[in-house]
Design a protein around this ligand. Structure first.
Ligand code: FES
Length: 97
């Protein structure tokens, strides 16, 4: 198995609780991002996972990418392309360095 370069966690916590990322349809965002990343040249270098609360509920949907420690806040379930572009930029710069 190829070693991963990055790991992105999308908070999908508590879909039944208003105000939590899961309630804002975070799972749909995670799924869309995962599909987009699969077809990228670096798609095998990153894993897209759901996570529990990342401690920033008021700025959710929240996500974080490691080892870059790059945070994403105030995402919505319509931000798949925007998040993909940010991840792509980060992956391309880590591949080129
Ligand atoms: S529920 Fe997503 S950061 Fe807390």
């Amino acid at each position: 198995m190829k070693e991963l370069k990055s790991h992105l966690f999308v908070c999908t916590n508590s879909p039944q609780v208003e105000g939590r990322c899961g309630h804002k349809n975070a799972e749909a965002l995670r799924r869309e991002l995962k599909e987009k990343c699969k077809n990228a040249p670096w798609g095998q270098d990153i894993r897209i996972n759901s996570s529990g609360c990342l401690g920033h509920c008021e700025r959710g949907i929240a996500a974080v990418m490691y080892p870059e420690a790059q945070w994403f806040f105030d995402l919505t379930d319509k931000d798949g392309e925007k998040l993909y572009e940010a991840v792509s930029s980060s992956m391309n710069s880590s591949t080129n360095s």
